[in-house]
Design a protein around this ligand. Structure first.
Ligand SMILES: Cc1cc2nc3c(=O)[nH]c(=O)nc-3n(C[C@H](O)[C@H](O)[C@H](O)COP(=O)(O)OP(=O)(O)OC[C@H]3O[C@@H](n4cnc5c(N)ncnc54)[C@H](O)[C@@H]3O)c2cc1C
Length: 351
């Protein structure tokens, strides 16, 4: 919201959340206050809002499905032509374009053509439900043993969005879904789940090594999920889709499109790469148990996690900050401020 202040707009209804509930694999839970609120939008609203802004800025929208693209001239590369089908199946060719931006998301075909596919081990499968009525007040993050990912519930305006994500193929999809179903049934009862709308999707996390990552070539560039601008730990990609688009736009406006990839690597690539190398450790059940326990007992740790959720705490300096705050954290975790009353307030052992 700070990077893109135009999102504070009366036409874009946001649900503002101020607390996050963390649930460890054992069921131990902690509720942490968020130092900065989390804004949850309906996807359809956000998409419509961004499309309208683009049109107001001069973009021409062709609400059609791109089915092919290629060089418009005899030589490979730009200028480009694009073939698209409209809603009634009529095919049109658009040309010439001097720069091609591929932004067709995780399921699009442009990435495979321009930069190659993504190894299955670096994809995440997400399975979830839109649950009727908004019941939750907190963001809920639930961790499960054996899953390098997590389940979530994000309260929206008129419903709750729930889901679970894990490395593709690490667990069969049915097993991943069963973990989510058990969690949701325990939390809300089976009737609410039965009335939910199911969905499944793939999320393309950034790779641990950026060496072979191709983000651009002659007269083309990738942004958003197509460019794998997705945090491989949290699997968040909305902020990075917008940020990668902005970096590319700035590079094009500066007439230096070739500067895009280097800026991408500096801005988000290094963090992604660190995150990609630490997925297994991060989701190791004992670490999560410890983290949740500490969050319940130490305000300092809760603050650090809140900053992490807000995107303010870099992964690469996380260990340093934890070390620097070590004595205070230890004092809070063991000392008088976490006496029995605080303890009872912030801890909840679930069956
Ligand atoms: C279940 C789930 C939950 C998630 N939750 C979060 C979250 O809470 N926070 C977060 O930050 N990220 C989340 N993500 C990740 C996030 O959704 C993506 O990183 C983000 O949407 C990427 O934006 P994008 O514009 O690159 O791609 P997309 O949002 O996928 O947009 C691509 C667009 O291209 C269009 N398109 C595709 N092919 C064609 C074609 N041939 N012709 C024309 N148009 C085409 C599609 O219709 C779509 O509109 C989640 C992902 C999933 C699957």
């Amino acid at each position: 919201m700070e990077t893109f202040p135009f999102l504070h707009d009366a036409r874009l209804a946001a649900r503002t959340l101020r607390t996050c509930r963390l649930i460890a694999p054992s069921g131990i839970a902690a509720t942490i206050p968020l130092r900065e609120p989390l804004y949850v939008f309906r996807r359809a609203d956000l998409h419509q809002f961004l499309l309208e802004r683009a049109e107001q800025a001069g973009a021409r929208l062709a609400a059609e499905r791109v089915v092919a693209f290629g060089p418009a001239g005899a030589r490979p590369g730009p200028p480009w032509s694009i073939d698209a089908l409209d809603a009634s199946g009529v095919r049109r060719r658009y040309a010439p374009f001097d720069f091609l931006i591929a932004a067709d998301g995780a399921g699009g075909f442009t990435r495979r053509r321009l930069a190659g596919g993504i190894p299955a081990a670096e994809l995440t499968q997400a399975i979830g439900y839109y649950l009727p009525d908004a019941v939750e007040q907190d963001v809920v993050l639930k961790f499960c043993a054996g899953v390098q990912g997590y389940a979530w519930v994000f309260p929206r305006h008129d419903h709750d969005a729930a889901g679970i994500c894990g490395t593709l193929g690490a667990l069969p999809a049915a097993q991943l879904r069963a973990l989510l179903d058990t969690f949701l049934k325990e939390r809300y009862g089976p009737e609410r789940l039965a009335r939910g709308t199911h969905y499944a999707a793939l999320i393309p996390g950034a790779p641990a090594s950026l060496r072979d990552l191709r983000l651009q070539g002659s007269g083309w560039a990738l942004v958003g999920d197509t460019s794998r601008s997705v945090d491989p730990l949290t699997r968040e990609g909305i902020h990075y889709a917008m940020e990668s688009a902005e970096l590319l736009a700035e590079a094009l406006v500066a007439d230096a499109p070739e500067s895009y990839a280097a800026r991408w690597r500096r801005t988000m690539g290094r963090e992604f790469s660190w995150a990609g190398r630490h997925v297994a450790e991060f989701f190791e059940p004992r670490s999560i148990e410890r983290l949740v326990r500490l969050c319940a007992r130490s305000a300092r740790i809760a603050d650090i996690l809140s900053d992490l959720l807000a995107g303010r705490q870099r992964y690469r300096t996380l260990a340093l900050r934890l070390l620097a705050n070590g004595p205070v954290i230890a004092w809070q975790a063991l000392g008088p401020s976490s006496g029995p009353a605080d303890h009872a307030r912030s801890w909840q052992l679930k069956h």
